[in-house]
Write a protein that binds this ligand. Structure first.
Ligand SMILES: C[S@@+](CC[C@H](N)C(=O)[O-])C[C@H]1O[C@@H](n2cnc3c(N)ncnc32)[C@H](O)[C@@H]1O
Ligand code: SF4
Length: 383
């Protein structure tokens, strides 16, 4: 049962990008002719009003502008959305307000405006520290430009993170070690380090299927993963989630809210939400096409593609799936409270003896080795 004083987040999805990166399957679109930003803003405000009517009295503990590329938004648009959130709900005084930015020099010029609008944390998509890799990833910035954006972000924001993609084409363990050491020299309090995933329907997937894109897999991918954990831990940024590292206390509060199974309202094309109403968890997802979403919100005040109430078993599976991504794992008592069933003890013991799971009082977590085979673990536990 969700309590009123549990964390509650607002996610704002901005679905536009300057160019589409060939590995990415996020809901992001390129509109060369530009967009009517004022018209989109009006629709975001309408959707926020709808969510406020579903979740009265909640205190907002975090807000996240994700994308797409939210750093293409005018600071005034960000300020208007934050003002509307503050009008509908109480925003806690220490709420974490993050905006995802691409590290081009043009976007860095907006940092002061975002800070003035109320953003207090940025997350930059640096992706790689060499220009050849950035080109291969289809990025619109050089490594030097990205590092300049990192330095500027540190001046404007108390908290900042950046993302890298590793296990890229042709990347050796030695090359990643050298790159990661440089990354750590520039890191602030948080880093997201993702292994390149081949996403269905992307240009990378086509090249991978045709054999013209080879990326580290199996033994080599796990070596890259373990090296990442070791170097980050030694630098004081241990993993708190499969791909996320932070100085203790600097974990992303907004992302923790997803992994810990708390409620959030997501506005914008393709955004997902989890809100508890009348004691039941509802899962909502918005229409992905920006223009179809816009028209739908303008005419009906909401832009959902699906709305469903999760059963207790579905909620429990979701908590297991998300929570085991975290180093802290899940609370077995909370899991049992969600659907009334405990996990199979014999199965847990077998996975513990394989070194994949560890139990500590009422908590159950995947070990570092276990997080590498998380999908298998979850399937076995949920079976
Ligand atoms: C919503 S995306 C984008 C943020 C921002 N638009 C940018 O590209 O800088 C968040 C992060 O997901 C990661 N990502 C996206 N697609 C990926 C893939 N196929 N494999 C691994 N990481 C990926 C990238 O590191 C990216 O920065
Ligand atoms: S990685 Fe970022 S910039 Fe590239 S297409 Fe995806 S959301 Fe857009």
């Amino acid at each position: 049962m969700t309590k009123m004083n549990e964390p509650f987040g607002v996610y704002v999805h901005w679905p536009f990008c300057r160019a589409k990166c060939p590995y990415c399957d996020f809901n992001s679109h390129v509109r060369h002719g530009g967009i009517d930003e004022a018209r989109f803003l009006a629709a975001y405000l309408k959707e926020l009003a709808h969510f406020a009517s579903l979740t009265p009295g909640r205190d907002v503990t975090s807000i996240f502008f994700g994308g797409g590329t939210p750093s293409l938004m005018r600071p005034g648009t960000v300020a208007a959305i934050l003002a509307a959130i503050g009008g509908h709900w109480h925003i806690e005084h220490d709420a974490e307000i993050t905006l995802e930015a691409n590290p081009t020099s043009v976007e860095a010029e907006n940092f002061a405006g975002y800070r003035a609008a109320g953003v207090n944390r940025v997350s930059l998509g640096v992706q790689a520290l060499d220009d050849q890799s950035l080109k291969a990833l289809g990025r619109q910035h050089t490594a030097q430009e990205a590092l300049a954006a990192v330095a500027l972000a540190k001046l404007h924001f108390d908290r900042m993170s950046f993302d890298l993609i590793y296990a890229r084409e042709g990347q050796t363990v030695e090359a990643w070690e050298e790159e990661l050491r440089r990354v750590l020299d520039h890191a602030a309090d948080h880093l997201s380090l993702y292994q390149l995933t081949i996403e269905e329907g992307t240009p990378f997937a086509a090249r991978h299927a045709a054999g013209s894109l080879r990326i580290p897999d199996g033994e080599q991918a796990s070596e890259l993963y373990h090296l990442t954990q070791e170097l980050c831990e030694a630098a004081g940024l241990p993993a708190y989630e499969v791909s996320n590292h932070a100085r203790p206390g600097s974990e992303s509060r907004h992302n923790l809210l997803y992994w810990r199974g708390h409620d959030y309202a997501g506005v914008g094309p393709g955004a997902h939400s989890r809100v508890t109403t009348s004691g039941a968890k509802r899962a909502l997802s918005a229409i992905k096409s920006p223009e179809v979403w816009l028209t739908q919100v303008e005419t009906t005040g909401r832009g959902f593609a699906s709305e469903e109430t999760l059963s207790a078993a579905e909620s429990a599976d979701e908590y297991l799936l998300m929570g085991l991504r975290l180093s802290e794992g899940i609370d077995l008592e909370r899991l049992a409270a969600i659907n009334g069933n405990a996990l199979d003890d014999a199965r847990i013991r077998t996975l513990e003896s394989e070194g994949l799971l560890a139990r500590h009082e009422t908590r159950l977590a995947a070990t570092r080795k276990g997080r590498l085979v998380l999908n298998r673990l979850i399937l076995e536990l949920a079976a």
